[in-house]
Design a protein around this ligand. Structure first.
Ligand SMILES: NC(=O)c1ccc[n+]([C@@H]2O[C@H](COP(=O)([O-])OP(=O)(O)OC[C@H]3O[C@@H](n4cnc5c(N)ncnc54)[C@H](OP(=O)(O)O)[C@@H]3O)[C@@H](O)[C@H]2O)c1
Length: 313
C-alpha cells in the first residue's frame, strides 16, 4: 500500500518537529507549513530549514488565508496539527477550527490528527477549573471534525517525558531537583510516561492503519507505567543518592491554587487529575487501541534510559 502523504501544521513546535522527522523516517512524503507570520523568528526558520534538509517539503500557508490552507491540505492525504496548547508557551487550540474548514473544503483528507497528545479527553468531563479550558477547546475541535465527517485519530500520549520525567513531575522545573521533592498523595498512583520522540513514532505508525481509523490511540508502553515514587527511585539509583521527600495531600495541592497565577493553577489541576485521581490509568484500554501492542516493532525508550541525560557531568 502506498504511504500517505503527510502535512504537518505546526511543524516547528515541540511535538511538531518530532512528527515531521518521524514521518520522514517512516518513508512518508512530508510537507510542513511555513506561515508568513513567523517572519523574523530565526529559530523557526532554522527549524524549517533543518527539516527541509532532512527531506521535508515546505509549503506556505496562513491561518488568515483560507485559500492557502486549502491548497496546502490538497497536497496531502493526512494532516497532523500539533497546535500549541500549553498555557506557559502559547495556547491557540481553537485556530484548528479554521483548518477543519479547509479540510472540509479540500475534501481529499483520509485522516486528520488534531492537537491532542495528552489525557483521554472523553473521560475528562469533570476536569477542574481553570485547567478544563484545554479540555473544552480540544473537545470543540473534536466536535467540528466529527460533524464534518472528517476521518480522524486522536492520540492520547499521556505524560511527555520532557515535561514530566526530567522534572520528576515537580511543579516549576523541567530538570530534576537537587535535594527536595514533593510527592503527590501517597505517590503510588500509576502514571504513564512516554518519551517525546516515541510519541511521534507511534503517531506516524497510526496514520495509514485502518485499525485506528476514527478511534483514540492510547500510548501506554507497559514498562513506562510507573508511580511517581517508582520514577523517583529510578533517578535516585542513577545518581546514587536519596532525596528528601515531602508529601502533600490532594486537598493541599488544590489549596495551592489560591496563591498562584493562572498558568500555575492550570498546571495544578492537571497534576491533581494525573497524580491524585489517576486519570491516565484508572480505565482499561483494549489491546487493539494501545500503541505498544499495535506496533510491537517499536523499541520504546524506558525511563531509566531517558533520565540518564540529566545526570550532572
Ligand atoms: N501530554 C503532555 O505531556 C504534553 C506536553 C506538551 C504538549 N502537549 C500537547 O501537545 C500539543 C502540542 O504542543 P506543543 O508544546 O508541541 O506546542 P508548541 O510547540 O507550543 O506550538 C506548536 C505550534 O503551534 C503553532 N502556533 C502557535 N501559535 C500559533 C498561532 N498564533 N498561529 C498559528 N500557529 C500557531 C506553531 O506552528 P508553526 O510551526 O507554524 O509556527 C507552533 O510551532 C498540544 O495539544 C499540547 O497540549 C502535551
Amino acid at each position: 500500500m502506498a504511504k500517505g502523504k503527510v502535512l504537518v501544521v505546526g511543524g516547528t513546535g515541540y511535538i511538531g518537529r518530532r512528527l515531521v522527522e518521524a514521518s520522514l523516517r517512516q518513508g512518508h512524503e512530508t510537507f510542513v507549513l511555513q506561515r508568513p507570520e513567523i517572519c523574523f523568528d530565526i529559530d523557526k526558520i532554522q527549524t524549517l530549514l533543518a527539516l527541509k534538509k532532512k527531506g521535508a517539503r515546505v509549503v506556505e500557508g496562513s491561518f488568515s488565508d483560507h485559500r492557502s490552507l486549502v491548497q496546502a491540505v490538497k497536497m496531502a492525504d493526512v494532516v497532523i496539527c500539533p497546535m500549541s496548547g500549553l498555557h506557559f508557551r502559547t495556547h491557540n487550540l481553537l485556530l484548528q477550527l479554521k483548518l477543519v474548514e479547509a479540510i472540509k473544503e479540500a475534501g481529499n483528507i483520509k485522516r486528520f490528527l488534531p492537537s491532542e497528545f495528552g489525557m483521554d479527553l472523553a473521560r475528562m468531563k469533570d476536569h477542574l477549573k481553570p485547567g478544563n479550558v484545554t479540555v473544552h477547546e480540544k473537545m470543540e475541535v473534536r466536535n467540528a471534525i466529527e460533524d464534518a465527517n472528517i476521518p480522524f485519530t486522536y492520540i492520547s500520549a499521556n505524560c511527555l517525558a520532557g515535561y514530566f520525567v526530567g522534572s520528576l513531575s515537580q511543579l516549576g522545573t523541567l530538570v530534576p531537583p537537587k535535594d527536595n521533592l514533593t510527592i503527590y498523595g501517597d505517590g503510588n498512583v500509576k502514571v504513564v510516561y512516554v518519551d517525546d520522540d516515541d510519541v511521534a513514532t507511534y503517531t506516524i505508525k497510526t496514520i495509514d492503519d485502518p485499525r485506528t481509523l476514527n478511534k483514540t490511540l492510547y500510548i501506554r508502553p507497559p514498562e513506562n507505567i510507573l508511580s511517581q515514587r517508582e520514577l523517583i527511585g529510578i533517578w535516585e539509583k542513577l545518581i546514587g543518592k536519596e532525596l528528601n521527600k515531602k508529601s502533600i495531600s490532594g486537598q493541599e495541592l488544590l489549596d495551592m491554587k489560591g496563591d498562584v497565577d493562572y498558568v500555575t493553577q492550570v498546571i495544578i489541576c492537571r497534576v491533581y487529575h494525573i497524580f491524585i485521581d489517576g486519570c491516565l490509568t484508572n480505565f482499561k484500554v483494549a489491546e487493539d487501541e494501545e500503541a505498544s501492542k499495535l506496533y510491537p516493532e517499536v523499541n520504546y525508550k524506558r525511563m531509566d534510559e531517558f533520565l540518564k541525560i540529566y545526570i550532572p557531568n
